[in-house]
Write a protein that binds this ligand. Sequence first.
Ligand code: UDP
Length: 239
Amino acid sequence: GTKDKKYKRILLKLSGEELMGEEGFGIDPKVLDRMALEIGQLVGIGVQVGLVIGGGNLFRGAALHEAGMERVTGDHMGMLATMMNGLAMRDALDRNNISARVMSAIPMSGVVEHYDRRTAVRYLASGDVVIFSAGTGNPFFTTDSAACLRGIEIGAEIVLKATKVDGVYSADPMKDPSATMYTRLTYDDALQQKLGVMDLTAICLCREHDMPLRVFRMSKPGALLSIVVGGDEGTLIEE
Ligand code: UDP
């Protein structure tokens, strides 16, 4: 028979870079399509999916600032980038017959709906994927923090952070071949060791509200589905 889901409602965080695929900038439509299908599998077994997408494939405030731009303006551009990614993802979901909505922390009337928690929860309960764009709406935050914030607000049971590596390692596995992957960490471990998995604001928020976090590799086929049926992919961060 069909596999039983472990979670009824999740918040999935995809980084903007994830959407780039092999390209150095922008959005790779093949990657977008593959992700849409994987998200569709979750919807298919009745999981409610909230989605936060980053903007690092287009703009990051900190990088723009390094190049001389005023930081808050750069962050505004970064947040607009997440809106573009959100629209692209909605389009890919639509094309695959997966019903989706984009809500934005920054109002952009006529393009996306303004974020409203109760409306979002209604959409989720009716089976729509809800893409939360424009991060938290505030400069100096990241979409990791936005993911944890929205996850807590909508009552998700877990925040899943998709990365390019299998999970959280003792050191950077790209640089240090002796690095080992943790299967489980406490919030305090993750904060103290500054393992660079997620920004500290995001981890603190999860600790404060007992929101479990799982870091996994999205490009591993079937990993996402495996997690929602109770699989032990990647690294779980909890109390
Ligand atoms: N950003 C922001 N406030 C938020 C979320 C994002 O100002 O609440 C800006 C910030 O400049 C950030 C950019 O949007 O660099 C893109 O988000 P992020 O770097 O988190 O994207 P990712 O690394 O996940 O692709």
